[in-house]
Design a protein around this ligand. Sequence first.
Ligand code: PSU
Ligand code: MN
Length: 306
Amino acid sequence: MNFKDYLSIAPEIEEAIKAGKPIVALESTILSHGMPFPENVEFAHQVEVVVRNAGAIPATTAIIGGKLKVGLTPEELDLMCKAENVGKVSRRDVATYLATGMTGATTVATTMLIAAMAGLRVFATGGIGGVHRDGENTMDISADLQELAHTPVAVVCAGCKQILDIGRTLEYLETMGVPVLGYKTDDFPAFYCRKSGFGVDYNAPDAATIAKIIKTKDDIGFNSGMIIGNPIPEEYGLDFDEMEAVIKEALVKADAEGVRGKNITPFLLAQIKQITKGKAFASNVQLAYNNAKVAAEIAVELAKLD
Ligand code: PSU
Ligand code: MN
């Protein structure tokens, strides 16, 4: 068996790959474990519309029925949103889920690896995983960072949440040789907040320049991924200090309840939504749409270069 035997690519996407059309990969953990049901249903469908309106084809990934799915039907999207018996699948879980037929939502790491298998090069999400606070003691470092080091897919995101140690996350990415670009910003975004206080490697003025950097990286045989930090639209941005207080409260609760490992990220996301009474959730949705739009623009420019 070859990895291609495990890939199940939707017909529209298969055709688009052959024709060299722009495609944007999307993850499903953001649906199953990052957003509550049923609010995630509208998001799952709308984010695909945003990609299409910007001229690209959306390809949401998941592991269903022993296959690595690239492009989900509306029914499969709903399955991921309901998230009943849907696991959170990072690289280490992929073979187990495929072999046993369990249903899995793809993280940033898994979406990147599936996208690369299918030949897709641009992926939009909300925020990436990273080095957790106190990570120097817990060793809790998201597998997303390793994947970014080794898998040639560009990830458009609003940086990462303040639940993480943003400084150490960026240091790790530097060590691993992952380019961190800003889309029209000098500052690496902090998810709900437009600025983290940490710089990016390069402030890219437009999608065409980013596409050129992706192509050049691939041309010179660098197989790493890339991060494009895209700040949340001004009108939805939240205050950094206000969010810091919310996150501290959520972290105290996680500690008290002994939440660790792969459960910590979904736990903190749910806590933040609750503490902010949905305000943070509304921002989360909007920044993800914005990332989908910019990713589609980059994919369109990249398709012109190939
Ligand atoms: N950060 C968010 N929302 C999310 C995630 C991260 O703001 O939904 C999800 C992504 O799928 C990411 C994963 O890849 O959590 C990281 O989990 P961990 O820290 O366990 O690697
Ligand atoms: Mn972790």
